[in-house]
Ligand binder design. Structure first.
Ligand code: SAM
Length: 241
């Protein structure tokens, strides 16, 4: 793979890490220093950062993020798995509400970040392969479903998630980020934080109507307890018919 970036910020040698680790390392450094950290996202083939992201987005949620979490918490019940839990703020809210929550993330550094803010039950793992336990509620906030990488991948991931559900279980997911009229947005690229360069990854965002179509093909009914105006984002609840 060709890397286009220049290592401007540091004299340290570039270190290749897991796809999500630059994000996790930035969160961990934010918690350690109390200072917001910035990391870049490069679309595949781009010579300049396509986006610069701030660790605060995952540790100091905005009012809109809090609103989504509150609505999710109101629907949660039983044994809960927070998938792609990131900085762990949603898991902490669930834990502080007395709920039985486990926070899972593929990045070791995200898990260290969650542990350091006080999330009790954390697991490092790739949801696409995870099968350690079954749950009453699976939550995927802030487009985590996209880790499936493609529209076919989302179908496979939904089938896999349905095997992790206890009888009567539910999946709650927050997705969107597709332009009006666009139903599927597949993209690939990589993150960089300081001298840490993430391996490339693929992601996929889908509209609520496309999700309803795909989920229906595997027997899952979709309702939308909440839709917001920002980039067509929605909270969806999936249950077996
Ligand atoms: C956009 S962030 C969302 C974080 C958090 N859910 C939130 O609402 O702030 C996506 C998270 O998913 C994690 N992730 C990506 N692919 C994953 C996978 N295959 N299995 C588990 N976690 C994954 C990333 O490490 C990252 O923390």
């Amino acid at each position: 793979m060709a890397f286009w970036f220049e290592n401007k910020d540091t004299e340290e040698e570039i270190q290749v890490v897991g796809p999500m680790d630059p994000h996790g390392l930035a969160l961990l450094e934010h918690i350690r220093t109390g200072q917001a950290q910035w990391f870049d996202y490069f679309y595949h083939g781009s010579k300049v950062p396509s986006m610069t992201l701030c660790s605060s987005m995952y540790l100091e949620p905005s009012d809109a993020q809090i609103e989504v979490v509150k609505r999710t918490v109101a629907l949660c019940r039983g044994k809960i798995l927070d998938i792609g839990a990131g900085g762990g703020f949603a898991a902490l809210i669930l834990q502080d509400s007395g709920m039985d929550v486990t926070a899972l993330d593929i990045s070791t550094y995200c898990v260290k970040a969650m542990e350091s803010i006080g999330v009790n039950n954390c697991v490092i793992g790739d949801i696409r392969e995870y099968k350690e336990s079954k749950y009453d509620t699976l939550i995927l906030l802030d487009s985590v479903l996209g880790c499936a990488g493609s529209i076919e991948g989302i179908s496979i991931l939904l089938k896999h998630l349905s095997t992790l559900l206890l009888d009567g279980g539910q999946i709650l997911l927050h997705d969107g980020m597709v332009e009006s009229g666009v139903r599927v947005f597949e993209w690939s690229g990589y993150f960089q934080y300081k001298h840490y360069l993430g391996e490339s990854f693929q992601w996929c965002n889908i509209s609520a109507d496309k999700l309803t179509e795909i989920a229906g093909q595997i027997g899952l009914d979709v309702t939308l307890p909440y839709e917001d105006d920002i980039e067509g984002r929605y909270l969806a609840r999936l249950v077996f018919s």
